[in-house]
Ligand binder design. Structure first.
Ligand code: URA
Length: 455
Protein backbone atom coordinates (compact mmCIF):
# COMPACT_ATOMS: atom_id res chain seq x y z
CA UNK A 1 0.00 0.00 0.00
CA UNK A 2 1.65 3.36 -0.99
CA UNK A 3 2.29 5.62 1.96
CA UNK A 4 2.94 9.34 1.54
CA UNK A 5 4.61 11.25 4.35
CA UNK A 6 4.42 15.05 4.25
CA UNK A 7 6.97 16.99 6.27
CA UNK A 8 4.53 19.72 7.32
CA UNK A 9 0.80 19.51 8.09
CA UNK A 10 -0.02 22.35 5.64
CA UNK A 11 2.34 21.45 2.81
CA UNK A 12 0.06 21.88 -0.17
CA UNK A 13 2.82 21.65 -2.79
CA UNK A 14 4.11 18.33 -1.45
CA UNK A 15 0.56 16.94 -1.29
CA UNK A 16 -0.12 18.15 -4.83
CA UNK A 17 3.06 16.54 -6.23
CA UNK A 18 2.26 13.23 -4.60
CA UNK A 19 -1.44 13.32 -5.51
CA UNK A 20 -0.70 14.17 -9.14
CA UNK A 21 1.74 11.28 -9.51
CA UNK A 22 -0.64 8.83 -7.81
CA UNK A 23 -3.65 9.84 -9.92
CA UNK A 24 -1.59 9.52 -13.09
CA UNK A 25 -0.57 6.04 -11.98
CA UNK A 26 -4.25 5.21 -11.41
CA UNK A 27 -3.82 4.49 -7.68
CA UNK A 28 -7.23 4.25 -5.99
CA UNK A 29 -7.97 6.51 -2.99
CA UNK A 30 -8.39 3.71 -0.47
CA UNK A 31 -5.01 2.25 -1.44
CA UNK A 32 -3.00 5.19 -0.05
CA UNK A 33 -1.92 6.06 3.47
CA UNK A 34 -1.30 9.77 4.05
CA UNK A 35 0.68 10.95 7.04
CA UNK A 36 2.55 13.95 8.36
CA UNK A 37 6.08 14.29 9.76
CA UNK A 38 6.65 12.17 12.80
CA UNK A 39 3.37 10.26 12.57
CA UNK A 40 4.02 6.57 12.04
CA UNK A 41 1.86 4.15 10.18
CA UNK A 42 1.99 0.57 11.37
CA UNK A 43 0.45 -0.96 8.30
CA UNK A 44 1.70 1.00 5.31
CA UNK A 45 4.87 0.05 3.55
CA UNK A 46 6.83 2.98 2.14
CA UNK A 47 7.25 2.83 -1.59
CA UNK A 48 8.66 5.41 -3.95
CA UNK A 49 6.06 7.51 -5.74
CA UNK A 50 5.25 6.87 -9.40
CA UNK A 51 6.81 9.43 -11.77
CA UNK A 52 5.26 12.92 -11.71
CA UNK A 53 3.40 14.33 -14.71
CA UNK A 54 0.87 16.90 -15.82
CA UNK A 55 -2.75 16.63 -14.80
CA UNK A 56 -5.61 18.82 -15.89
CA UNK A 57 -7.37 19.97 -12.74
CA UNK A 58 -10.15 22.61 -12.41
CA UNK A 59 -8.92 25.86 -10.90
CA UNK A 60 -11.68 25.69 -8.28
CA UNK A 61 -10.22 22.44 -6.97
CA UNK A 62 -6.80 24.02 -6.45
CA UNK A 63 -8.36 26.93 -4.55
CA UNK A 64 -10.39 24.54 -2.42
CA UNK A 65 -7.43 22.26 -1.74
CA UNK A 66 -5.14 25.13 -0.71
CA UNK A 67 -7.58 25.95 2.10
CA UNK A 68 -8.57 22.40 3.05
CA UNK A 69 -4.95 21.32 3.43
CA UNK A 70 -4.72 23.67 6.45
CA UNK A 71 -7.65 22.00 8.23
CA UNK A 72 -6.83 19.97 11.36
CA UNK A 73 -8.90 16.98 10.25
CA UNK A 74 -6.49 14.05 9.73
CA UNK A 75 -8.59 12.82 6.84
CA UNK A 76 -8.06 15.97 4.76
CA UNK A 77 -5.35 14.53 2.47
CA UNK A 78 -7.35 11.41 1.70
CA UNK A 79 -10.60 13.34 1.16
CA UNK A 80 -8.92 15.74 -1.25
CA UNK A 81 -7.30 12.86 -3.08
CA UNK A 82 -10.66 11.13 -3.43
CA UNK A 83 -12.18 14.23 -4.98
CA UNK A 84 -9.19 14.70 -7.30
CA UNK A 85 -9.50 11.07 -8.35
CA UNK A 86 -13.23 11.38 -9.04
CA UNK A 87 -12.70 14.63 -10.97
CA UNK A 88 -10.80 12.69 -13.60
CA UNK A 89 -14.08 11.05 -14.60
CA UNK A 90 -16.27 14.11 -14.08
CA UNK A 91 -14.64 17.55 -14.18
CA UNK A 92 -17.88 19.26 -13.15
CA UNK A 93 -18.20 17.32 -9.91
CA UNK A 94 -16.53 20.24 -8.12
CA UNK A 95 -19.64 22.36 -8.85
CA UNK A 96 -22.03 19.76 -7.42
CA UNK A 97 -22.94 21.08 -3.97
CA UNK A 98 -25.27 18.12 -3.47
CA UNK A 99 -22.32 15.72 -3.48
CA UNK A 100 -21.49 14.86 0.17
CA UNK A 101 -17.73 14.90 -0.41
CA UNK A 102 -17.80 18.28 -2.17
CA UNK A 103 -20.01 19.64 0.62
CA UNK A 104 -17.75 18.32 3.36
CA UNK A 105 -14.64 19.78 1.73
CA UNK A 106 -16.44 23.09 1.20
CA UNK A 107 -17.28 23.22 4.90
CA UNK A 108 -13.67 22.46 5.79
CA UNK A 109 -12.43 25.23 3.48
CA UNK A 110 -14.92 27.64 5.05
CA UNK A 111 -13.71 26.77 8.55
CA UNK A 112 -10.13 27.44 7.48
CA UNK A 113 -11.06 30.77 5.88
CA UNK A 114 -12.86 31.80 9.05
CA UNK A 115 -9.77 30.96 11.07
CA UNK A 116 -7.59 32.95 8.66
CA UNK A 117 -9.89 35.93 9.09
CA UNK A 118 -9.88 35.58 12.88
CA UNK A 119 -6.11 35.57 13.00
CA UNK A 120 -6.01 38.74 10.89
CA UNK A 121 -8.59 40.42 13.07
CA UNK A 122 -7.53 39.27 16.53
CA UNK A 123 -3.75 39.17 16.58
CA UNK A 124 -2.59 41.84 19.05
CA UNK A 125 1.06 42.81 19.27
CA UNK A 126 2.74 43.70 22.55
CA UNK A 127 6.01 45.58 22.52
CA UNK A 128 8.91 43.72 24.07
CA UNK A 129 12.36 45.36 23.80
CA UNK A 130 11.52 47.17 20.58
CA UNK A 131 10.04 44.07 18.97
CA UNK A 132 6.32 43.45 18.55
CA UNK A 133 5.22 40.06 19.76
CA UNK A 134 1.79 38.49 19.54
CA UNK A 135 0.35 35.28 20.87
CA UNK A 136 -2.33 33.50 18.88
CA UNK A 137 -4.02 30.10 19.10
CA UNK A 138 -5.39 29.12 15.69
CA UNK A 139 -7.86 26.29 15.28
CA UNK A 140 -6.21 25.12 12.05
CA UNK A 141 -2.74 25.07 10.46
CA UNK A 142 -3.09 28.59 9.06
CA UNK A 143 0.00 30.41 10.32
CA UNK A 144 2.08 29.96 7.15
CA UNK A 145 -0.95 30.70 5.00
CA UNK A 146 -1.40 34.01 6.81
CA UNK A 147 2.28 35.00 7.04
CA UNK A 148 2.21 36.96 3.77
CA UNK A 149 -0.66 39.09 5.03
CA UNK A 150 1.22 40.13 8.17
CA UNK A 151 4.44 40.74 6.20
CA UNK A 152 2.63 43.15 3.90
CA UNK A 153 0.52 44.70 6.62
CA UNK A 154 3.33 45.31 9.10
CA UNK A 155 6.15 45.50 6.57
CA UNK A 156 8.22 48.03 8.50
CA UNK A 157 7.96 46.51 11.96
CA UNK A 158 10.06 43.75 13.49
CA UNK A 159 7.50 41.30 14.79
CA UNK A 160 6.95 37.73 15.92
CA UNK A 161 3.73 35.78 16.03
CA UNK A 162 3.91 32.90 18.46
CA UNK A 163 1.50 29.98 18.31
CA UNK A 164 1.56 26.58 20.01
CA UNK A 165 2.61 24.83 16.79
CA UNK A 166 4.89 27.30 15.08
CA UNK A 167 6.40 30.78 15.46
CA UNK A 168 7.03 33.19 12.62
CA UNK A 169 9.43 36.13 12.81
CA UNK A 170 9.76 39.13 10.51
CA UNK A 171 12.69 41.54 10.67
CA UNK A 172 11.54 43.90 7.91
CA UNK A 173 13.30 41.85 5.21
CA UNK A 174 12.94 38.14 5.75
CA UNK A 175 10.52 35.76 7.35
CA UNK A 176 11.89 32.96 9.51
CA UNK A 177 10.17 30.14 11.30
CA UNK A 178 10.76 28.73 14.74
CA UNK A 179 9.20 26.08 16.93
CA UNK A 180 5.90 26.49 18.76
CA UNK A 181 5.82 28.66 21.87
CA UNK A 182 3.91 29.18 25.11
CA UNK A 183 1.59 32.05 25.90
CA UNK A 184 3.98 33.27 28.59
CA UNK A 185 6.58 33.97 25.89
CA UNK A 186 4.42 36.97 24.85
CA UNK A 187 3.70 38.76 28.16
CA UNK A 188 0.71 41.10 28.41
CA UNK A 189 0.53 44.75 29.43
CA UNK A 190 2.35 47.49 27.55
CA UNK A 191 1.71 50.90 25.90
CA UNK A 192 0.60 49.37 22.59
CA UNK A 193 -2.63 48.32 24.29
CA UNK A 194 -3.80 51.93 24.56
CA UNK A 195 -3.39 52.32 20.83
CA UNK A 196 -5.48 49.22 20.18
CA UNK A 197 -8.19 50.40 22.58
CA UNK A 198 -8.48 53.77 20.87
CA UNK A 199 -8.46 52.09 17.48
CA UNK A 200 -11.16 49.62 18.46
CA UNK A 201 -13.46 52.24 19.99
CA UNK A 202 -13.11 54.27 16.78
CA UNK A 203 -13.90 51.42 14.42
CA UNK A 204 -16.59 49.73 16.49
CA UNK A 205 -19.61 49.32 14.25
CA UNK A 206 -22.78 49.16 16.33
CA UNK A 207 -24.86 48.10 13.34
CA UNK A 208 -22.97 44.85 13.17
CA UNK A 209 -23.18 43.92 16.81
CA UNK A 210 -25.03 40.80 17.75
CA UNK A 211 -23.72 39.64 21.07
CA UNK A 212 -24.27 35.95 20.28
CA UNK A 213 -22.64 36.23 16.90
CA UNK A 214 -19.83 38.28 18.33
CA UNK A 215 -18.92 35.71 20.94
CA UNK A 216 -19.14 33.05 18.25
CA UNK A 217 -16.89 35.02 15.92
CA UNK A 218 -14.59 36.15 18.67
CA UNK A 219 -14.38 33.13 20.96
CA UNK A 220 -13.42 33.82 24.56
CA UNK A 221 -10.01 32.30 23.97
CA UNK A 222 -9.13 35.37 21.83
CA UNK A 223 -10.66 37.87 24.25
CA UNK A 224 -7.95 37.43 26.84
CA UNK A 225 -5.28 38.42 24.31
CA UNK A 226 -7.14 41.56 23.25
CA UNK A 227 -6.94 44.60 25.50
CA UNK A 228 -9.87 46.35 23.84
CA UNK A 229 -12.38 43.64 24.79
CA UNK A 230 -12.78 45.42 28.14
CA UNK A 231 -14.63 48.12 26.17
CA UNK A 232 -17.15 45.77 24.64
CA UNK A 233 -19.96 45.81 27.25
CA UNK A 234 -20.31 49.61 27.03
CA UNK A 235 -20.14 49.63 23.28
CA UNK A 236 -22.71 46.86 22.99
CA UNK A 237 -25.14 48.82 25.15
CA UNK A 238 -24.86 51.80 22.81
CA UNK A 239 -25.64 49.58 19.86
CA UNK A 240 -29.17 48.60 20.89
CA UNK A 241 -31.01 51.58 19.36
CA UNK A 242 -29.32 51.19 16.00
CA UNK A 243 -29.98 47.48 16.00
CA UNK A 244 -33.71 47.89 16.51
CA UNK A 245 -33.75 50.26 13.51
CA UNK A 246 -32.22 47.54 11.39
CA UNK A 247 -34.74 44.98 12.58
CA UNK A 248 -37.52 47.35 11.53
CA UNK A 249 -36.00 47.53 8.05
CA UNK A 250 -35.82 43.74 7.80
CA UNK A 251 -39.47 43.53 8.90
CA UNK A 252 -40.44 46.03 6.24
CA UNK A 253 -38.96 43.74 3.60
CA UNK A 254 -40.63 40.70 5.06
CA UNK A 255 -43.91 42.63 5.05
CA UNK A 256 -43.71 43.46 1.37
CA UNK A 257 -42.74 39.88 0.65
CA UNK A 258 -39.30 40.70 -0.71
CA UNK A 259 -36.07 38.97 0.20
CA UNK A 260 -33.73 41.81 -0.70
CA UNK A 261 -32.24 41.89 2.77
CA UNK A 262 -31.32 38.21 2.71
CA UNK A 263 -29.94 38.60 -0.81
CA UNK A 264 -27.87 41.59 0.22
CA UNK A 265 -26.48 39.81 3.29
CA UNK A 266 -25.54 36.79 1.21
CA UNK A 267 -23.83 39.06 -1.30
CA UNK A 268 -21.94 40.92 1.42
CA UNK A 269 -20.79 37.64 2.99
CA UNK A 270 -19.62 36.34 -0.35
CA UNK A 271 -17.72 39.54 -1.06
CA UNK A 272 -15.85 39.13 2.24
CA UNK A 273 -13.66 36.49 0.61
CA UNK A 274 -13.38 38.18 -2.79
CA UNK A 275 -10.21 37.42 -4.72
CA UNK A 276 -11.34 38.72 -8.12
CA UNK A 277 -8.26 40.94 -8.33
CA UNK A 278 -5.05 41.12 -6.32
CA UNK A 279 -6.10 44.01 -4.04
CA UNK A 280 -7.38 41.63 -1.35
CA UNK A 281 -3.79 40.53 -0.72
CA UNK A 282 -2.76 43.74 1.04
CA UNK A 283 -6.05 45.14 2.29
CA UNK A 284 -7.33 44.28 5.75
CA UNK A 285 -10.80 43.33 4.60
CA UNK A 286 -13.49 43.85 1.99
CA UNK A 287 -15.35 47.09 2.63
CA UNK A 288 -18.83 46.40 1.36
CA UNK A 289 -21.61 48.93 0.86
CA UNK A 290 -23.97 49.78 3.69
CA UNK A 291 -27.38 51.30 4.11
CA UNK A 292 -31.01 50.23 3.87
CA UNK A 293 -31.83 47.83 1.05
CA UNK A 294 -34.88 49.96 0.21
CA UNK A 295 -32.75 53.09 -0.24
CA UNK A 296 -33.78 55.36 -3.10
CA UNK A 297 -30.30 56.82 -3.52
CA UNK A 298 -27.11 54.87 -4.01
CA UNK A 299 -23.91 56.83 -3.48
CA UNK A 300 -20.79 55.36 -5.04
CA UNK A 301 -17.26 56.36 -4.07
CA UNK A 302 -13.94 55.21 -5.45
CA UNK A 303 -12.46 52.77 -2.93
CA UNK A 304 -12.08 52.55 0.85
CA UNK A 305 -9.30 54.63 2.37
CA UNK A 306 -6.99 53.79 5.26
CA UNK A 307 -9.63 54.25 7.95
CA UNK A 308 -12.36 52.50 6.00
CA UNK A 309 -10.03 49.55 5.45
CA UNK A 310 -9.55 49.19 9.20
CA UNK A 311 -13.17 49.84 10.14
CA UNK A 312 -14.71 47.73 7.36
CA UNK A 313 -17.19 50.52 6.56
CA UNK A 314 -17.33 52.99 3.65
CA UNK A 315 -16.74 56.72 4.10
CA UNK A 316 -15.88 56.86 7.79
CA UNK A 317 -12.57 58.75 7.38
CA UNK A 318 -11.84 62.38 6.39
CA UNK A 319 -13.57 62.11 2.98
CA UNK A 320 -16.56 60.59 4.76
CA UNK A 321 -16.78 63.59 7.05
CA UNK A 322 -16.86 65.96 4.07
CA UNK A 323 -19.51 63.79 2.46
CA UNK A 324 -21.60 63.72 5.66
CA UNK A 325 -21.45 67.51 5.94
CA UNK A 326 -22.42 68.03 2.30
CA UNK A 327 -25.27 65.51 2.46
CA UNK A 328 -26.64 67.18 5.57
CA UNK A 329 -26.53 70.61 3.89
CA UNK A 330 -28.22 69.21 0.78
CA UNK A 331 -30.98 67.73 2.94
CA UNK A 332 -30.08 64.10 2.29
CA UNK A 333 -30.20 61.77 5.28
CA UNK A 334 -27.14 59.51 4.91
CA UNK A 335 -28.75 56.76 6.98
CA UNK A 336 -31.46 56.47 4.29
CA UNK A 337 -28.96 56.23 1.43
CA UNK A 338 -26.98 53.18 0.36
CA UNK A 339 -23.30 54.10 0.37
CA UNK A 340 -20.76 51.95 -1.42
CA UNK A 341 -17.57 52.04 -3.46
CA UNK A 342 -16.57 51.12 -7.02
CA UNK A 343 -13.69 49.07 -5.62
CA UNK A 344 -14.12 47.18 -2.38
CA UNK A 345 -10.52 46.82 -1.23
CA UNK A 346 -8.09 49.56 -0.19
CA UNK A 347 -5.26 50.01 -2.68
CA UNK A 348 -2.23 51.72 -1.23
CA UNK A 349 1.50 52.18 -1.29
CA UNK A 350 3.35 51.69 1.96
CA UNK A 351 5.59 54.65 2.72
CA UNK A 352 7.26 54.20 6.07
CA UNK A 353 4.45 53.63 8.51
CA UNK A 354 1.88 55.35 6.30
CA UNK A 355 -0.36 53.73 3.75
CA UNK A 356 -0.83 56.15 0.88
CA UNK A 357 -3.90 55.87 -1.34
CA UNK A 358 -3.19 54.51 -4.83
CA UNK A 359 -5.66 54.89 -7.68
CA UNK A 360 -7.30 51.62 -8.74
CA UNK A 361 -6.61 50.51 -12.32
CA UNK A 362 -9.33 50.14 -14.94
CA UNK A 363 -8.92 46.35 -14.59
CA UNK A 364 -9.52 46.53 -10.84
CA UNK A 365 -12.60 48.70 -11.30
CA UNK A 366 -13.85 46.28 -13.92
CA UNK A 367 -13.24 43.23 -11.67
CA UNK A 368 -15.20 44.91 -8.88
CA UNK A 369 -18.17 45.75 -11.10
CA UNK A 370 -19.24 42.19 -10.41
CA UNK A 371 -20.18 43.33 -6.91
CA UNK A 372 -21.57 46.76 -7.61
CA UNK A 373 -23.78 45.47 -10.41
CA UNK A 374 -25.34 43.04 -7.95
CA UNK A 375 -25.70 45.75 -5.30
CA UNK A 376 -27.51 47.83 -7.92
CA UNK A 377 -29.81 44.93 -8.77
CA UNK A 378 -30.70 44.22 -5.13
CA UNK A 379 -31.06 47.79 -3.88
CA UNK A 380 -32.70 48.98 -7.10
CA UNK A 381 -32.22 52.66 -6.24
CA UNK A 382 -34.04 55.37 -8.16
CA UNK A 383 -30.84 57.40 -8.47
CA UNK A 384 -27.16 56.55 -8.42
CA UNK A 385 -24.69 59.28 -7.54
CA UNK A 386 -21.10 58.71 -8.68
CA UNK A 387 -18.50 60.59 -6.67
CA UNK A 388 -15.50 61.25 -8.93
CA UNK A 389 -14.12 59.71 -12.09
CA UNK A 390 -13.52 56.15 -10.86
CA UNK A 391 -17.05 55.84 -9.54
CA UNK A 392 -18.41 57.30 -12.80
CA UNK A 393 -16.45 54.75 -14.81
CA UNK A 394 -17.91 51.97 -12.68
CA UNK A 395 -21.49 53.25 -12.76
CA UNK A 396 -21.62 54.16 -16.47
CA UNK A 397 -19.12 51.60 -17.77
CA UNK A 398 -17.20 54.24 -19.75
CA UNK A 399 -14.94 57.16 -18.92
CA UNK A 400 -17.25 60.11 -18.26
CA UNK A 401 -15.93 63.67 -17.77
CA UNK A 402 -17.06 65.17 -14.47
CA UNK A 403 -16.99 68.87 -15.38
CA UNK A 404 -19.29 68.49 -18.38
CA UNK A 405 -21.62 65.92 -16.83
CA UNK A 406 -22.11 67.05 -13.24
CA UNK A 407 -25.33 68.36 -11.78
CA UNK A 408 -27.74 66.81 -14.30
CA UNK A 409 -29.37 63.41 -14.72
CA UNK A 410 -27.85 60.87 -17.10
CA UNK A 411 -29.89 57.93 -18.30
CA UNK A 412 -29.02 54.49 -17.03
CA UNK A 413 -30.57 51.18 -18.10
CA UNK A 414 -33.80 50.07 -16.42
CA UNK A 415 -35.14 53.64 -16.39
CA UNK A 416 -32.74 54.63 -13.66
CA UNK A 417 -30.86 57.89 -13.42
CA UNK A 418 -27.20 58.42 -12.80
CA UNK A 419 -25.63 61.60 -11.45
CA UNK A 420 -22.02 62.64 -11.34
CA UNK A 421 -20.27 65.00 -9.00
CA UNK A 422 -16.79 65.42 -7.57
CA UNK A 423 -15.21 63.13 -5.01
CA UNK A 424 -14.98 64.63 -1.49
CA UNK A 425 -11.22 63.84 -1.40
CA UNK A 426 -10.81 66.34 -4.23
CA UNK A 427 -12.23 69.02 -1.93
CA UNK A 428 -9.77 68.01 0.80
CA UNK A 429 -6.84 68.55 -1.55
CA UNK A 430 -7.70 72.17 -2.44
CA UNK A 431 -5.25 74.41 -0.61
CA UNK A 432 -6.85 77.80 -1.27
CA UNK A 433 -9.58 78.35 1.34
CA UNK A 434 -11.89 80.44 -0.82
CA UNK A 435 -11.67 78.00 -3.69
CA UNK A 436 -12.26 75.08 -1.33
CA UNK A 437 -15.39 76.78 0.03
CA UNK A 438 -16.65 77.49 -3.49
CA UNK A 439 -16.06 73.91 -4.62
CA UNK A 440 -17.77 72.58 -1.50
CA UNK A 441 -20.76 74.80 -2.27
CA UNK A 442 -20.94 73.38 -5.82
CA UNK A 443 -20.73 69.86 -4.37
CA UNK A 444 -23.67 70.63 -2.07
CA UNK A 445 -25.57 72.11 -5.03
CA UNK A 446 -25.08 68.90 -7.03
CA UNK A 447 -26.38 66.82 -4.13
CA UNK A 448 -29.28 69.21 -3.56
CA UNK A 449 -30.27 68.75 -7.23
CA UNK A 450 -30.31 65.00 -6.65
CA UNK A 451 -32.55 65.41 -3.65
CA UNK A 452 -34.85 67.72 -5.59
CA UNK A 453 -35.17 65.07 -8.27
CA UNK A 454 -36.48 62.54 -5.75
CA UNK A 455 -39.39 64.71 -4.79
N1 URA B 1 -13.04 57.46 -0.43
C1 URA B 1 -13.91 56.67 -1.10
O1 URA B 1 -14.07 56.77 -2.31
N2 URA B 1 -14.62 55.79 -0.43
C2 URA B 1 -14.50 55.63 0.87
O2 URA B 1 -15.18 54.76 1.43
C3 URA B 1 -13.61 56.45 1.57
C4 URA B 1 -12.87 57.36 0.89
Amino acid sequence: MPSVTLTEPDDFDAWRRAARALVLAGVKPDAIIWQVGGETDLFGSKQSLPPDGALNVPRAFIDLARSVICHVDHERFALLYTLLFRLQANRHLIEDRADPLVRRLDEMAKAVRRDVHKMRAFVRFREIDGRYVAWFEPDHHIVRLNAGFFMRRFANMAWSILTPELSIHWDGKALTEGPGARKTDAPAGDPVEDVWKAYYAAIFNPARVKVGAMTKEMPKKYWKNMPETALIPGLVAAAQARESGMIATARHHAAIGGNADAAWRALRDEAASCTRCTLHQCATQTVFGEGPVEAQIMIVGEQPGDQEDLAGRPFVGPAGQVLDRALAQAGIDRSRAYVTNAVKHFKFEQRGKRRIHAKPSVGEVQACRWWIDQERAIIAPKLIVALGATAARSVFGVTTPIGASRGKPIDLPESKEGWITVHPSYLLRIVDKAQAAEEFRRFVDDLAAVRQRLR
